[in-house]
Design a protein around this ligand. Sequence first.
Ligand SMILES: N[C@@H](CCC(=O)N[C@@H](CS)C(=O)NCC(=O)O)C(=O)O
Length: 264
Amino acid sequence: MGGAQLERPSGARPGVCVRRSFRAHAGDQPRRPPGPIPVPGTMKQESAASNTPPASQSPTPSAQFPRNDGDPQALWIFGYGSLVWRPDFAYSDSRVGFVRGYSRRFWQGDTFHRGSDKMPGRVVTLLEDHEGCTWGVAYQVQGEQVSEALKYLNVREAVLGGYDTKEVTFYPQDAPDQPLKALAYVATPQNPGYLGPAPAEAIATQILACRGFSGHNLEYLLRLADFMQLCGPQAQDEHLAAIVDAVGTMLPCFCPTEQALALV
Ligand SMILES: N[C@@H](CCC(=O)N[C@@H](CS)C(=O)NCC(=O)O)C(=O)O
């Protein structure tokens, strides 16, 4: 199964849930160019075991799983960080869209996937924000996929990441007037890995310096920025953009000089 299919909105008017000061109406459906464009990176269907340690007695998700009309066995899971480009669980359908009332923030520390105990990386969580809007991908799991996905995500998100489950309302980009109940993994300030707010420059420095089991923290940032770029101009994330800008400013300081390279 390929990556989540992202249909680049043509130069259409912005969809629903755009910048704080703008409220379009469900009728403003962006026209669709033919054929979807895959989200950057492949969403491999490799077995979950390939990138997480042996499953432990992970706690079961605290939220009752949100159900939508139709297939009672189906469950939608909303990804807004690494799940956007690497869900690594089998799913039946995926939709690009957004949740309202939350803002994405690089305020969660990560000592496994993108950092270490000595140098924790920074990954994203959702901050309750009445005016907020966060774009991501919702994945539909059905039948046996439900228990498999939840078992895998409990290890990856809850046990290793400190995330808890929360029910959110997801608005598909192509049908914002038909919202879906979805399960999201959110790192709250009560979890031990929570780092909280910091200036964009400090977050950028931490991201540039850290790597973990799943790769460099910079890859995490840039893949998310890549996804947001593909969502089109109506999808804005000022916090993410400020960190990307700060990384761009600092990168020369982290790059080896010609002289240093000549010594290699
Ligand atoms: N829950 C968020 C964030 C999840 C996230 O990024 N978790 C990290 C740290 S626990 C992770 O799974 N990283 C895997 C990776 O960086 O490839 C999402 O829905 O995407």
